[in-house]
Design a protein. Structure first.
Length: 160
């Protein structure tokens, strides 16, 4: 299913450890952009859902678009939410976007047999079945809970 919320779990953990050096908004946007191709393929009823967007090369291109488009959109959204200094550096934007796209490939490659993450350099999917899908989902949820806990604890300590 495209746009799975499980991808956001690791993003929350990255945010909790990266702080202002990581943009959860750009990370999340990259997740959505990664799954536009599978969404179109689902609508068209294609047999293969994960094509070029779910390759190392495709993730690079989507990462660039995510950073370039996501930075101004995220800064504006943060400004609307009342953040005093909503600036996101280009380094943070690109790092967050590439962490988003490449983590997306790894997570999807473990569970989707139609993926060819290293195409056109290699056929096949060496990550398929690396861990059980249920364990993968549990790991993503655990990352999200741990990340939110760390963020909450930091906020509570700041407000003391």
């Amino acid at each position: 299913m495209p746009f799975t919320p499980f991808h956001l779990g690791p993003g929350a953990l990255f945010k909790s450890t990266g702080g202002r050096h990581f943009s959860f908004m750009i990370f999340g946007g990259s997740q959505v952009l990664m799954d536009l191709e599978p969404l179109v393929r689902i609508i068209r009823r294609d047999a293969v859902l994960h094509g070029a967007s779910h390759t190392v090369a495709g993730a690079f291109g989507i990462g660039v678009v995510s950073a370039v488009a996501g930075r101004p959109v995220s800064q504006f959204a943060l400004w609307l939410l009342g953040q005093r200094d909503p600036r996101i550096s280009w380094t943070v934007a690109f790092a967050s976007a590439f962490i988003g796209t490449y983590s997306h490939i790894v997570l999807d490659a473990v569970m989707h047999p139609d993926m060819r993450p290293f195409w056109p350099f290699a056929v096949g999917n060496p990550l398929l079945g690396a861990i059980h899908v249920g364990a993968l989902h549990l790991l993503c949820v655990a990352c999200g809970l741990l990340g939110m806990t760390i963020i909450g604890l930091r906020a509570a300590l700041r407000n003391r």
